[in-house]
Design a protein around this ligand. Structure first.
Ligand code: ADP
Length: 555
């Protein structure tokens, strides 16, 4: 049976079972009544003589009585098998009609297929159903068989012999179909129960998840591959509403109404820079700060995004409100700037006076040596104060001009060789001329100083430091490599943060404050370049400063 047929049968059964027993009985009985009434149309001549036969009339009356019983008797209040009295009565009626009919109407016995189907389809016990389905047709065919045997006539014997086994086969087929349907229905009901259970479970998980998501104080939003929000928690909707951020996606544009700014709080994010779009494109974002809104009500949000694994794609993005923390960090930076600024004047005065004293020819050599140490320390302090005063790339004073870097790099390498020799480190330089850039030579020198001094400082067991510079693919690359302690993979991303020092550097008690690389990176950024690191713990590190090529002809 095809799926459509099965569905049709199930639909018919369902609707049939919804009917009352009276209606069902009437529906089963009507085909038989209709067939008997159709007989006069098929053989009008034979039918006119039918009234003369008492058996025929008795059959008709019994059929009418059985049909009336279908409608009149309250079957619902009787035992379920009571209704089977009607098809049994039908067998008797068909037997009488068949027996009492003229020869032309003898085929009426075949109508017993209707009560056979009725019994086979509705009787609970298979044995009883099959026994009745055989007994009924045998009862109908028996007179014809006896007539044939007694009168030694073979007319009608074939039909009479064929009827019972034929109808028994029909009953068996109906029972088999009924059994198949019952099994299917049972399976369907079990499947429905399982689905219902799953539905209840998933609804409860859904409620739990919603409560969990709404309980956290972090805005969370899930977006599809087109960057449109699919689902969000209470905090995210609050953030969106507070900033007048109409939920993007509803209007069909993921960036509609977004009011996000970069870390500097001034530069609006372009649609491609928006966390929702970047995350939807598969980018993983780790604790990146963006600002929502401008002015005093703006909020600093720490963004984390992870792509959804699987064919459906999309991503989940969380927005943690770190406005208070960002404010505290800004206050700290401001304090550091102010303190650094205040240090400069007294230190300049110290250095000026030291200079004057050192100019005196009457100084004893030991005093001169001590004053030299004091001067170098004061100079170092002034440099540190200058580094501390820089709080972002924007506050870094840079004067760009067309410059060839070889001379700058050679001078820095020569200067670093002294401290390299003192630390037992060999410093090699390999510079490929020319290295034209648009740069501030002082700042680039400062950046290279930082990289070289780090390479020497973090190679406590000696070794070799190499300074290489070359021009390729539109970039001037200045590479400083060492074979020192290296940096653990988890810390490489953080060495450019202000005041960050690796665990190994702290453990080794190598002096430092964690400002040099942050400053070097800012110098690179102010030149339109970048600073990269590759490192392996225990094997060494390579820091590469990349600056865009800018030949004198292009300047
Ligand atoms: P500082 O050297 O003053 O601590 P930096 O900003 O120059 O600060 O460097 C930050 C941190 O990066 C250092 O404390 C050190 O842990 C690590 N680091 C920098 N350069 C190297 C290097 N060449 N080898 C190993 N670790 C390094």
């Amino acid at each position: 049976m095809s799926i459509t047929e099965q569905a049709l049968v199930r639909w018919a059964r369902r609707n049939f079972q919804q009917l009352g027993l009276r209606a069902r009985a009437a529906l089963c009985q009507l085909p038989l009544v209709a067939s008997v009434l159709a007989a006069p149309l098929a053989m009008p001549a034979e039918w006119t003589r039918a009234g003369e036969r008492p058996l025929f009339l008795a059959g008709l009356l019994l059929l009418v009585a059985a049909t009336a019983a279908c409608f009149a008797i309250p079957w619902d209040s009787l035992p379920p098998n009571a209704l089977l009295a009607v098809p049994i009565q039908d067998f008797v009626a068909i037997g009488l009609l068949n027996q009492g009919s003229v020869d032309g109407l003898r085929g009426l016995g075949a109508l017993s297929i209707i009560p056979v189907i009725w019994i086979a389809a509705s009787m609970p016990s298979t044995r009883t159903a099959l026994a009745l389905s055989l007994a009924g047709p045998v009862f109908i065919a028996l007179p014809a068989m006896i007539e044939a045997l007694v009168g030694f006539r073979s007319t009608g014997l074939g039909d009479a012999l064929l009827l019972p086994p034929l109808l028994l086969t029909v009953a068996v087929a109906v029972r088999a179909a009924r059994a198949g349907l019952t099994i299917q229905e049972r399976q369907l009901r079990a499947q429905q129960a399982r689905l219902q259970k799953l539905l209840v479970e998933s609804q409860s998980t859904e409620r739990l998840l919603t409560t969990l998501l709404d309980a956290v104080n972090v805005g969370i939003v899930a977006v599809g591959p087109d960057a449109r929000p699919i689902r969000s928690n209470r905090r995210f909707r609050e953030l969106a509403a507070e900033s007048g951020w109409s939920m993007p996606g509803v209007e069909g544009n993921a960036s509609a109404g977004l009011d996000l700014y970069a870390r500097d709080r001034r530069t609006p994010l372009t649609p491609e820079q928006l966390p929702l779009c970047r995350a939807a494109a598969g980018e993983r974002i780790n604790d990146e700060i963006v600002w929502l809104g401008r002015g005093s009500d703006s909020r600093a949000l720490s963004v984390v995004a992870r792509p959804v694994e699987g064919p459906e794609g999309g991503a989940v993005i969380s927005f943690g409100d770190v406005t208070a923390l960002a404010g505290a960090v800004e206050d700290k930076a401001e304090l550091v700037r102010t303190v650094a600024h205040e240090f400069r004047s007294p230190l300049t005065a110290v250095l000026g006076n030291l200079d004057l004293v050192l100019e005196s020819a009457s100084l004893a050599p030991e005093d001169r040596w001590r004053l030299d140490v004091a001067q170098r320390s004061a100079e170092r302090l002034i440099e540190l104060a200058a580094d501390l005063a820089v709080s972002s790339p924007d506050t870094l004073a840079v004067r760009l001009e067309a410059a060839e870097l070889c001379a700058v790099l050679t001078a820095r390498a020569d200067a670093a060789r002294l401290s390299a020799a003192a630390a037992g480190v060999q410093l090699d330089a390999d510079l490929q001329e020319p290295l034209w850039v648009r740069a501030d030579p002082l700042r680039v020198g400062q950046a290279v100083d930082n990289l070289l001094s780090n390479a020497i400082k973090y190679s406590p067991d000696g070794g070799t430091v190499q300074l290489r510079a070359a021009q390729r693919d539109g970039w001037v690359t200045v590479e400083v490599s060492d074979r020192g302690m290296g940096i653990a993979a988890g810390e490489q991303g953080r060495v450019f943060e202000r005041f960050f020092r690796t665990a190994e550097a702290r453990r080794s008690e190598i002096p430092g404050v964690g400002l040099g690389l942050a400053l070097t990176q800012w110098i690179a950024e102010r030149h339109g370049g970048r600073l990269e690191v590759e490192s392996e713990p225990g094997r060494g590190s390579v820091f590469t400063l990349l600056l865009p090529v800018h030949g004198p002809g292009l300047a």
